[in-house]
Unconditional design. Structure first.
Length: 493
């Protein structure tokens, strides 16, 4: 009897062990399947194999648009995300009343591909005049999309005006006098050089009695808000270039004609600090970071360097022949810093960290940046820019541009203008570039895709902007040879 009871106990224990083992194995299998699914693995019936998918995030303005992928209409609309097998895919997005958007983009397994920048443009565009700005020489829209700044020269007197564009039907204007910073009556030429990030301060260059005077204008003060930067700088060498120091508008970066690069306070005693000497050109990023190109050395070379901390030494990144046409651009994308250097037809992109202290090696070169990619254009690069979000590097010229996407690590094809464009590449937002072709505003994406002709414009000395609701484009037109502010609707009611 005892032997039978012991056998039953052992059998029961064995059954329990097998049951628990099967349960554990089932849970492990289910967890494995769930993890595999979460990682995007699917059975590809075409190839008869399990493959990892990628995700495409599609977003459009306006949203609710139909999506087609590789010729097949899917049951989702923008804005939404879609799982796809890796490889090249053709995306087509359309909505009634709007031009069709299309692009072929690689989707990488296990990666998210962002297509959230789709701008649908109406087939029948409506442009209306909001008001005239007689005597306007140069007009630039501010980042908030609700204001513009224009410089006026009328009747021999120059002044600045803030134009309010919030109203969809008309503009309002507020005058800012330049005196006593300069003699309003002695200005023979005037242009806007830079609109600050905060939108409060603007740099203006005015020719007064044959000399260039740099002015910082506080647009929130109708009188007494203009600082004569040239007089405050107080150097025997004239100012060659000046820029506002990011959103820190208590300082201005100043390059004089001798190549001395300075940081000047705009308040108090206007104290200035010399940061670098022998500088030919520079670009800035943020409050204290800049890239520069030196003047030629005795070895007939120039240096490209960066400076982040104003108390640190400049860090040399590259040395190039003085005969090269050189441009620089810098920005930050996610958690990495990027520096782009164009020389003649070639553009080199460096990745790393901007130096915040003296970290150069014995040969004076900073090793915190490494080259990650180079690309070439058909003609010499005359301007080099990066998008506001830091994702794109655009090497431009009068005839067009070529871009590099840091997200996809991909070089675009050449984008061609219909007419020579003698200005720096202009961003409408982080993804769209604009120019004037035969007197008409044309917008296209960073890679030249999906071009659209919007409206007749006057581009010389002026800019273009989305309105504050991102539903219309604001630009400068002309009516009987008088400059006008105009609005083109992009969203159908």
């Amino acid at each position: 009897m005892n032997d039978d009871r012991q056998k039953q106990v052992r059998r029961r224990a064995l059954r329990l062990t097998l049951t628990y083992t099967a349960m554990v194995l089932a849970v492990l299998v289910l967890l494995t399947i769930m993890v595999v699914i979460m990682m995007g693995y699917r059975y590809n019936s075409t190839k008869g194999a399990i493959e990892q998918t990628g995700v495409a995030q599609l977003g459009s303005r306006p949203n609710g648009a139909t999506i087609e992928i590789d010729g097949n209409r899917i049951d989702k609309r923008t804005n939404d995300k879609i799982s796809l097998y890796g490889g090249q895919h053709e995306f087509v997005v359309w909505r009634e009343g709007y031009e069709t958007w299309r692009k072929t983009v690689p989707v990488n397994p296990g990666r998210l591909t962002w297509l959230d920048y789709i701008r649908l443009v109406p087939k029948d565009l409506k442009t209306k005049t909001l008001g005239t700005i007689e005597g306007a020489v140069s007009t630039q829209f501010m980042a908030d999309g609700a204001r513009a700044l224009t410089v006026i020269k009328s009747g021999g007197v120059a002044h600045v005006e803030v134009i309010n564009t919030r109203d969809k039907e008309k503009i309002t204007r507020e005058k800012i006098t330049l005196s006593p910073a300069v003699d309003d009556n002695a200005v023979s030429d005037i242009t806007i050089k830079e609109v600050g990030q905060s939108g409060r301060y603007v740099l203006v260059a005015a020719t007064v009695n044959g000399k260039t005077q740099w002015l910082r204008v506080d647009v929130e003060r109708t009188t007494g808000g203009v600082l004569n930067v040239s007089e405050a700088f107080g150097s025997d060498a004239a100012i060659a270039e000046a820029k506002l120091a990011g959103s820190d508008n208590g300082h201005i970066f100043v390059l004089d004609e001798l190549g001395n690069f300075n940081r000047m306070e705009t308040g108090g005693k206007h104290e200035k600090q010399r940061l670098i000497t022998n500088v030919a050109q520079f670009v800035t990023y943020g409050e204290h970071t800049l890239a520069y190109v030196s003047k030629p050395s005795s070895e007939r070379t120039v240096s490209v360097g960066v400076l982040k901390n104003i108390d640190a030494e400049p860090a040399k990144i590259a040395t190039l022949p003085e005969s090269a046409k050189i441009n620089v651009a810098l920005n930050r994308y996610y958690d990495k810093d990027y520096l782009a250097i164009s020389h003649d037809r070639d553009t080199d992109i460096y990745e790393g960290t901007f130096p915040s202290k003296n970290t150069t090696s014995n040969d004076g070169r900073y090793r915190g940046f490494v080259p990650i990619r180079s690309f070439s254009r058909d003609e010499i690069v005359t301007n080099l820019v990066m998008s506001g979000n830091g994702r794109f590097v655009v090497a431009g010229s009068e005839l067009g541009y070529k871009s590099f996407d840091l997200e996809l690590m991909r070089v675009s094809d050449e984008a061609r203008y219909g007419q020579a464009w003698p200005y720096k590449t202009q961003w409408l937002d982080d993804y769209i570039i604009w120019n004037s072709d035969n007197g008409k505003l044309v917008i296209r994406e960073f890679d030249g895709a999906n071009p659209h002709t919007i409206a007749p414009i006057t581009a010389d000395g002026n800019t273009v902007s989305f309105d504050r609701d991102n539903k219309a484009i604001l630009s400068i037109g002309s009516q009987n040879s008088v400059p006008t502010v105009q609005r083109t609707e992009l969203v159908l009611e």
